[in-house]
Ligand binder design. Structure first.
Ligand code: SF4
Ligand code: SF4
Ligand SMILES: [Zn+2]
Length: 129
């Protein structure tokens, strides 16, 4: 289980399958996250989530939200949900959303089958290149 379950960009880190990263706000992050502009920018601005930034959505964030990675497409609706309902409600909702409907186990963004055998409605990874 990830130590940090979410990033300021609206990604729900708990469902990220990257084994070398403990979540955006932890100290054990993937090299990519160390260099992430959104992470650094939100820290610098003392902003919990990008939706509370006066420049939201900045051009780079907007582009990232709409790139080829399906899990990035969750960011906009996540941030809108957080702005409207608060972080705690969103976390509850995400926990439900990213649990196996059969056994309740935590599931990842691109996971096709749960350890209990339940088929999951996962996205396909984007084609390389
Ligand atoms: S994209 Fe950046 S801000 Fe968002 S979860 Fe990843 S490292 Fe954190
Ligand atoms: S929305 Fe604001 S806090 Fe988030 S990356 Fe853009 S400028 Fe930084
Ligand atoms: Zn299951």
């Amino acid at each position: 289980m990830k130590k940090s379950k979410y990033g300021p960009c609206g990604l729900y880190c708990a469902s990220c399958g990257e084994p070398t990263c403990d979540g955006c706000r932890s100290t054990e992050v993937h090299d990519w996250a160390k260099q992430c502009k959104f992470r650094q920018c939100a820290q610098k601005r003392h902003i919990d989530f990008c939706c509370f930034c006066s420049d939201y959505p900045c051009t780079e964030l907007h582009e990232f939200m709409n790139d080829q990675w399906p899990h990035h497409w969750t960011m906009k609706s996540n941030l809108e949900y957080i702005k409207k309902n608060g972080k705690e409600k969103w976390l509850q909702f995400q926990k439900q959303e990213w649990s196996c409907k059969n056994c309740g186990a935590e599931i990842k963004w691109y996971q096709k089958m749960c350890s209990c055998g339940q088929q999951l409605n996962a996205w396909d990874l984007p084609a390389a290149g």
